[in-house]
Every structure is written in structure tokens, then in C-alpha cells.
Write a new protein. Sequence first.
Length: 489
Amino acid sequence: MQLTKNLEQNLTAINEALRDCGDVVRREFRVGGNGRLVMLYADNFVDLEAIRESILETVMLDYQNEKPEGILQALQEEAVAVAEVKKINTVDAICDAVFWGDTVLLMDGNDFALQATTKKFPNRGVSKAETEVVVQGPKDAFMEVMAFNIVLTRRRIRDPRLKLKRKKAGRRSRTDIALMYMEDLVRPEILRKVERQLDSMDLDAVLDSGGIEQLLEQRQFSPFPQLQMTERPDKTASALLEGRIALLMDNTPYAILLPATLNTFMQAAEDYYERWEIMSFIRLIRFGAAFLAVTLPGLYIAFSVYHPQLMPTALALKIASTRATIPFSVIGEVLIMELAFELLREAGIRLPSPVSSTIGIVGGIIIGSAAVEAGIVSPAVVIVAALTGICTFVIPNVSIVSALRISKYLVILLASVFGIFGVWAALLLLLGHLSSLTSYGIPYLYPFCSSSINDDVDWEDSIFRLPLSRMKRRPIFARPAERERKGAE
């Protein structure tokens, strides 16, 4: 509804819209003789000191003897000393402003209201990164207030070409989303597609970045993430400088980076703070750990059940002797231990931090030892399950770890039926699926496929990382004319 010059009519519409909203404070003043001025704000969302100094004192001391006509205009132009004051003229805009932490001023005889910025959200402060921990490098992490996350990103890129567009998602939640990109680096077609997707979302509420991630993904039935989430401002800034887009959402401490490839999920922020020889070796370990996390249980089943002749004789005899009293098949053993470790992992996540690490370590040792002593599983299976779990902890991204955990059971299933041929069949199925995925037009397996599109330079930052002085070109995400890192204007 549009505001009119009748204050009572405006207040009736606003009161109806805000009916039973007990956290909305309404304050009425008499100014300029008989002029009525109404102030609205949401309790605990605002800076009361700013309201008192910048609005209340000005209105009550300086405008008591002024004529009512033009007071609201004068407040906007001269008196209200806050960062931003603007006119709004609808009831919906007033409700949005109040619940965004701003203060709204209405006055009789004016068909508009003033929105004054007085936000002061409760927050937990800038804390350390918890899921993307680094030994060397910045320790700060995003928080639940989007405005602070924007500052953490902007302070790293002090370039006016870093652009920000504000969006809203959810008819009821009206959640704020900041779309950030480098104007001269981002691909225009990708930017247009992302904006079109955000504008076309029709949902009741969007409460977390995980919901936006799922809605933006092209292949929503794939276990592999096609967008990258991070809690690190330095990683977000680095992605922006590569020509990627970052989505910062209110109420969540994570940013969404897009496009994304399998290679980006294997990269950590620390890779660029340490010497290239060490980080290249660690990256090689990560890719090897990812392969073992998917195939190790299946390979154990295939070798133990179908192809014991492929193992050294001493090892085959040792495994056979330890299984002599086991009541379950090899497949049953593997599933028991894998599911037990999955339960321990989930229990460690849900419990408080001081207890979770103890449960993960002590629980794994106790359950593994007790299962072996009781003759339920063999020691070899415990070792296989433990190594598989350790391999998943090496990978720096939680989303890709979850996909590998699911893929592991496909390998186990086919290995249980076809042996080593089942392992190869499962790997071919996974490879075919990964080959079919794209993220906003970028092949998911890039640069391991189609690397010639960018003259094969993206191999410099893949399984191995070359010295920073040799990495002179941006990856495939940037527009072709701006691939040069140095000397590009």
C-alpha cells in the first residue's frame, strides 16, 4: 500500500501489517505546534544511543517551534546525523526497514516516511575458522551478520571494481543476499545467469546458504557439490580475483563461490602461504587420500573374497587366520565397521566441542578393540575402516568429503558382487558421472579435461602447485581478455 498524507490512515495500515509484533516500538511526538511525528523501530535491533543522539534530541529540541510543513524534509536534509537517510513510500518498505534494524519516521501531511540507518545486530564477533583451519595465514572467519562479512572481504580487495549487488530471497524471511564480483574479471554470461536465478527464486523462506546452494546447482540429484562454500574471507577474496562470484547471505557464516570444479575443492587457503614444494606434496597426498577413501573398503573386499592370489602369500594367510572365528562375511564386517565409524563421526559433530574429540578418539579405540576381542570383526577390517576415515579428514572441503563417503558404498556394493571388476566398474561410473557435471558452463573435471581451452596453464595450480612467480595467468573462470595476472589493466 502506498502512503498518503493522512497519518492516521497510514498508521492504521502499518498497525495491521505489524499486528501482534510485540518487538516493534512506537513513539509519538508533537512538533511544530500540533504536528504529529511517529517513530517506529524494532527492539534489540537498533543502536539506542544513535537514536537518542541523532533523532530524539534533534526532534525534541530543535523542531518544537518549527512549522509542521517541511519538517520531515528538513530532518532528512539537515538534522538526522546518521550514515544514511532515505525516503520510502510504501507500507511494505516500512516493515522491511523496521525488521532490518532501521528507524522509520512518519509525519502528518507527508506521503512518504524517512528510513534512518540505526542497525546494531547482536553478534558473536569475528572468530577463528573452524572447518578450514590453517597453520599459517589469517585466522578470521565469517560470521552470521552479512554486513560484517562484506567488510571482511572488502578490506582485502580495496578496488572500486569490486562490485556488490543486494538481493532478497524468501517471501517471508526477506533474507538479504550480497552478490560480489570483480567487474572487469567476471564472465558476463555467468553473472547474468546467477542474477536471473536469484531473482526467480519463489520460496517462503531462505534461512541458510545451504538452501541457496542447493537451489542454484544444476544437477541437484548428484552427491557432488557444484558450488563451493567457505567460511574464510581470504579464500573468498582470492576467488573474486580469479573472476569467480561470491554470494554472502545474512544469518550464515559461509560464502558461496561459483563456478566450482573438483580441483577447487582440493585446494586450501594454506596452499598459497607455504612454499610450493611442500604444498605440492600435500596436494598429491590429498588426491591419493580421496582415491583411497572411495576404493579402500571395496579393494579389501575384492582381494579377500575374490582375488586372494593377488595378495602376498604371507598377508593372505594372516588375514585368513584372523578370520577363522569371525561369524560374519567379509562384506558384513566391512559394513559393520564403516557404519560404526559413521555413527562416531555424527556423534562427534552433535556433542559439545570439549567432548566430541574425546568421543571420536576413545570411542573408535574402544569399539575397534572390543569388536576384535569379541571376535565380531577381524583386525584387518578395523585398520581398513580407520584408514578410510583418516583419508576423509585430509580433504579440506566438507561437501566433497560427504560425496566421497556416499560414493564409497557404491564401490563396496559392486565389489561385493563382481570383485575387482566391480571396483573398476564403480570407478568408471563415478568418472562418467563427474565428466557429465558442469558448473555454469565450466567442466567439473577441469583442468584434468579440456585444459587446452586456457592453453593448459591451469595445470600450474592443480595436483601440483608451481611457484607464485610462475602463475602469471588467471584460471578459466575469468573472462578471456583478463587472464593475465600481471600488467592487465
